[in-house]
Ligand binder design. Structure first.
Ligand SMILES: NC(=O)c1ccc[n+]([C@@H]2O[C@H](COP(=O)([O-])OP(=O)(O)OC[C@H]3O[C@@H](n4cnc5c(N)ncnc54)[C@H](OP(=O)(O)O)[C@@H]3O)[C@@H](O)[C@H]2O)c1
Length: 335
């Protein structure tokens, strides 16, 4: 039996769909509040028989921040894919971020050690590889360094990843993926899929920063490959292409038939926007972390995972076309 956490999220829903398509038996750890429609929708992108496949899923209720609620679900589980996490770039949510991304991960690996799980695959992030040394290319050789520059999300993901390494030292077979910005269909309006909604509505602004982008289908194939080949004790950058936010925004705007964003938002404009959002919004979108990400130019290399799994990434232009089409279908179905 395979257990997936975070199966109602962007990465977890596609991973669950991928596992079901491989004929696997999957148990989903979900909270009482989780929306399982996200899994059904993700499955619908893989097969017309999605309702039947969805019917094969088993569910266990639990919250990763409460270890007692997850231990029972691990009975007869051999492999765990840990996709649950809190994605937020609000600096004032550090406590909550640490609780879910660090303590939640510690709970998961401790429970897996206890239950004798055979392979634990963890979703970390490129956020754990801050480019303080201004390297031309960021890969697995870039390690965490303490710095006032590190944002709350990055700190929480680093602490989570550290728990996984610790469990590895204590005997758990582990593998870690560090995806860049994930683009995929479904889970509209949550996590990184917010970019798609913003572009559909149309924005006048863009930023000049460059970062890695990856198709969610590549992320889940890489995770599956690592577990099936039992490649352990390593972490892998999972990123398809390095693109500017302008290039990504332009491609989505074009796919939606919108006018391209024409105003470059510089540091001061973003800082002013951040201040106004802090004043008027409960969950501001412009924060220190998003300003840094929007302006910095970071280039990632996925050579290591490509070699380990002989994996070829989907071109990001193709991803954008596909995701935009699925988003248009989603909007049409809502009308
Ligand atoms: N999206 C990206 O660009 C990206 C890039 C790199 C790494 N990552 C990492 O990948 C992981 C998944 O991200 P995502 O984009 O799929 O996020 P998402 O769409 O926001 O999904 C998050 C998932 O985590 C679950 N979750 C949150 N708190 C939980 C808790 N206390 N107990 C149990 N489950 C909980 C959510 O369940 P509910 O449905 O109950 O809320 C949901 O299923 C995160 O660790 C994130 O840091 C994401």
């Amino acid at each position: 039996m395979i257990l997936v956490t975070g199966a109602t999220g962007l990465i977890g829903s596609h991973l669950t769909a991928h596992l079901l398509m491989q004929g696997k038996d999957v148990l989903v750890l979900k909270r009482s509040v989780s929306n399982t429609q996200n899994i059904e929708e993700a499955l619908s992108f893989y097969t017309p028989d999605y309702k039947k496949e969805f019917g094969r899923l088993r569910f266990a209720e639990g919250d990763i921040t409460d270890i007692f609620s997850i231990t029972d679900s691990l009975e007869n589980v051999e492999q765990v894919y840990h996709c649950a996490g809190l994605v937020s770039f609000e600096e004032n949510r550090l406590k909550e971020l640490l609780q879910v991304n660090a303590e939640g991960t510690a709970n998961m690996v401790n429970a897996c050690l206890e239950a004798g799980v055979k392979h634990f695959c963890h979703v970390s992030s490129i956020a754990t590889m801050p480019n303080h040394d201004k390297k031309a290319i960021i890969d697995e050789s870039v390690f965490w360094k303490s710095s006032p520059e590190n944002g709350a999300y990055a700190i929480s993901k680093y602490n989570g990843e550290r728990e996984v390494w610790r469990a590895g030292e204590e005997g758990l077979t582990i593998s870690i993926v560090n995806p860049s910005v994930v683009l995929g269909a479904g889970c509209w309006g949550q996590s990184s899929s917010r970019i798609i909604e913003e572009c559909y509505k149309g924005t006048r602004f863009y930023t000049s920063g460059i970062t890695g982008f990856v198709d969610v289908r590549d992320v889940v194939k890489c995770m599956y490959g690592l577990v099936e080949k039992n490649i352990s004790g390593k972490r892998f950058v999972v990123s398809s292409a390095n693109k500017s936010f302008k290039e990504i925004f332009d491609a989505f705007h074009t796919a939606f038939g919108n006018k391209l964003p024409g105003v470059e938002a510089g540091k001061w404009m973003l800082k002013t926007g951040a201040m106004l959002e802090r004043m008027f919004m409960t969950h501001p979108r412009i924060t220190k972390s998003t300003i840094d990400a929007g302006l910095n130019k970071n280039y990632f290399s996925s050579d290591q995972i490509q070699k380990a799994l002989n994996h070829a990434f989907i071109p990001i232009e193709q991803t954008i076309q596909y995701v935009a089409e699925k988003y248009k279908d989603h909007r049409a179905a809502k009308q």
